[in-house]
Ligand binder design. Structure first.
Ligand SMILES: NC(=O)c1ccc[n+]([C@@H]2O[C@H](COP(=O)([O-])OP(=O)(O)OC[C@H]3O[C@@H](n4cnc5c(N)ncnc54)[C@H](O)[C@@H]3O)[C@@H](O)[C@H]2O)c1
Length: 646
């Protein structure tokens, strides 16, 4: 029987095991995006507690030096990141063979963590933020180092428990149990709000994992390109009357944000053959997407942006244009010049609207960062003013025939919080929803999630492109394009995936599939690994899926039986995945819509080619999806917007 002593021995990894001496502060390279100062309202006593909490990771001999350094970090950034323990230089997910470990899962997760922090991928790599303004892999670099160390020594008979970024230790387990169990920011109901979460973050006891950031399953903006492509294509079909064998050629899509997820918009609109203008206030993000080839042209005045767009619309040629500036300015121009926008949305990070996620009109990106540091209250006033004007412009455009939808970024809620009551259906509060639909209500829910289609993904852990090409081909062969129109869209997607140059970071692929499709593909891949046709593969999905997320303003927004305020489904999904032996399971609070607004979870499954993994695929993958399908059916989803069979 396991004794307390055994447990304590499994939790003994310390920073001394990683560093013989205090590392020198690594250099900060100019031009790398940095997180703005976070909310810091700790009292003097709480500040001392935050320092003590951070120093728990540090050998006593270094306390004198680091106490002051951590205090400075806390006062200037609002958090203790422990920058000194950051690896020097850029992080990148390398081939699994380059990582140390005693089991394949331990090595595989190191690839995933480093890919989440890849400097070409991560939003604020120095602050461990992968995407979505605040979505972190873990809270600080001490945790990063310790997690990596634990993953190097973990065996098949142990499970690593990670609580809000803190590696609690390796616990005795079995090969059939998950190797890693992660939870992030699961606050007790009474304290489940932004204020308490900020306090907990500053104290160093909470981590905001978003979805795949804290679940170590982010695969760069590609992860979202497929979903965005499906969303805008289906918006065109349902709202603009485009037939299901046609695309967006000749139509104009306008949005904002070229960040972590929003950066997928330019590429998606081009793949759907449409014309897109995306506003972005941060020039470094415009540059990144432009260099990647995901944005074709860049303008800093609306007149030129709209004029080039029109030329392409007329010729029915696709193009993605970045407008370097504020979305509200772009929309004001469209209103003043009577420009017809067919599809309109917004992907600023409104789930963190007062924390830098939304840059107010009349302020440059740098001014916004400075305001956040110096005058948060005034900054909030500017945000509210801007949101009200933003709403006014959208309203006018909608009256002129534009189809506007909320892109799951809490935009409508942010407008409501800015004082606009008429954005609510009942003109009073959010209980009956908003006057504009969310993309899940109108598009993704009824078209995809209700059927179980969701963002299945995989990473070829060898890092070899040839492995990715082989898996693309194998996945394509598993899809019958004549089964449903969704299958046909997915078939076309995977057929063109390589041509569309979607990979940023590791050799990864996203492919929307239903339960059956995911299982078929997973079994095929595992067989390929067994036959040594490819190296090992990591399977996973975005949390933004059929069954993994309860989120009334997003994933479960189209559930109308009143149960969308419950979080039973996501919790069951997580527990069932753990029970069925997924290699990694994660459960988070917040995720994309802000703390208290969602519970979401995901998984990782390392395909090592064994028969044992075949068994897990057969049990766990259907569980992961079908719980959501069953719940949606129980909620009386009629699937009435399904397109005709092709
Ligand atoms: N793409 C999806 O499928 C999807 C799904 C669900 C939710 N979301 C939500 O979309 C939001 C964006 O996600 P992200 O990962 O791209 O976040 P991000 O923070 O990386 O990117 C947002 C970008 O918007 C820019 N921005 C802010 N205010 C602006 C303004 N007024 N005008 C122009 N640009 C402005 C920022 O500079 C930033 O680059 C999040 O709230 C996320 O939860 C996206």
């Amino acid at each position: 029987m396991i004794q307390n002593k055994d447990i304590s021995e499994s939790m003994t990894i310390k920073l001394e095991d990683v560093f013989d001496e205090l590392p020198v502060m690594p250099k900060f390279v100019k031009g790398i995006r940095r997180a703005p100062k976070r909310d810091f309202t700790l009292s003097r006593k709480e500040t001392v507690l935050a320092l003590k909490n951070a120093l728990r990771y540090i050998p006593e001999k270094w306390h004198a030096t680091l106490a002051q350094e951590f205090l400075d970090e806390l006062l200037t950034t609002g958090r203790i990141y422990g920058y000194r323990f950051r690896p020097q230089g850029k992080i990148k997910g390398r081939s699994i063979d380059e990582y140390k470990g005693r089991c394949i899962e331990g090595k595989a997760f190191q690839v995933m963590i480093d890919n989440n922090l890849d400097f070409d991928i991560a939003l604020y790599p120095y602050e461990l933020v992968t995407y979505g303004e605040t979505g972190q892999v873990c809270q600080n670099w001490m945790q990063y180092r310790l997690i990596k160390q634990y993953l190097q020594v973990i065996t098949r008979d142990q499970t690593l428990v990670v609580e809000s970024g803190h590696p609690l230790g390796l616990f005795a387990s079995t090969p059939e149990a998950p190797r890693v169990i992660i939870t992030n920011a699961l606050m007790v109901g009474l304290f489940d709000d932004q204020k308490n979460w900020h306090r907990a973050m500053a104290l160093g006891v909470a981590n905001y994992g978003q979805m795949t950031a804290g679940g170590w399953m982010y695969i760069g903006p590609q992860g979202i390109v497929h979903g965005t492509y499906s969303t805008i294509l289906n918006a065109g079909r349902i709202k603009l009357g485009i037939s299901h064998d046609k695309d967006l050629s000749g139509y104009l899509f306008v949005s904002s944000g070229l960040g972590g997820m929003s950066g997928a918009q330019g590429k998606s609109v081009e793949i759907a053959n449409g014309v897109g203008i995306i506003a972005e206030v941060d020039y470094s993000r415009v540059q990144t997407r432009n260099e990647q080839g995901w944005i074709s042209r860049v303008f800093d005045n609306p007149a030129e942006a709209f004029s080039i767009a029109k030329k392409h619309q007329d010729k029915k040629e696709s193009i993605s244009i970045a407008f370097y500036g504020n979305i509200v300015d772009l929309l004001e121009y469209a209103v003043d010049h009577n420009i017809k926008i067919d599809l309109l949305t917004d992907q600023t990070s409104c789930h963190a609207v007062y924390d830098g996620g939304y840059c107010p009109q009349g302020m440059t990106f740098d001014q916004r960062t400075e305001y956040l540091r110096t005058d948060k209250e005034k900054f909030k006033t500017h945000v509210d003013l801007s949101l009200r004007q933003h709403f006014k412009m959208i309203n006018t455009l909608v009256e002129r025939g534009t189809y506007f939808f909320d892109y799951g970024n809490s935009f409508l809620k942010a407008v409501f919080d800015a004082g606009v009551k008429k954005i609510c259906k009942n003109g009073k509060n959010t209980l009956d929803g908003f006057i504009f639909p969310s993309y899940v209500e109108d598009l993704m829910g009824p078209m995809l999630f209700d059927y179980g289609y969701g963002p299945f993904r995989w990473v070829c852990l060898s890092g070899k492109r040839e492995d990715l090409l082989k898996t693309d081909k194998a996945a394509m062969e598993c899809i019958d394009p004549d089964r449903r129109s969704q299958d046909r869209d997915n078939y076309v997607w995977i057929k063109n995936a390589d041509k569309n140059r979607l990979v940023v970071g590791t050799q990864a692929r996203i492919l929307y599939q239903d339960a059956l499709g995911r299982m078929k593909i997973a079994l095929k891949f595992n067989e390929m690994v067994r036959n040594k046709e490819t190296g090992p593969v990591m399977l996973g999905r975005d949390h933004h899926d059929t069954g993994g997320t309860d989120s009334p303003f997003r994933e479960t927004a189209n559930i109308k039986d009143g149960s969308n305020i419950m979080a039973d489904m996501a919790t069951q999904c997580f527990a069932g995945n753990a029970a069925r032996g997924m290699s990694l399971v994660a459960l988070h609070n917040g995720g994309g819509v802000g703390i208290g607004n969602a519970i979401n979870g995901g998984f990782g499954l390392v395909l090592d080619g064994s028969k044992r993994i075949d068994g897990i695929i057969e049990k766990a993958i259907p569980w992961d999806v079908m719980g959501g399908v069953a719940r949606r059916a129980w909620a009386r989803q009629e699937m009435k917007t399904q397109l005709k069979q092709v």
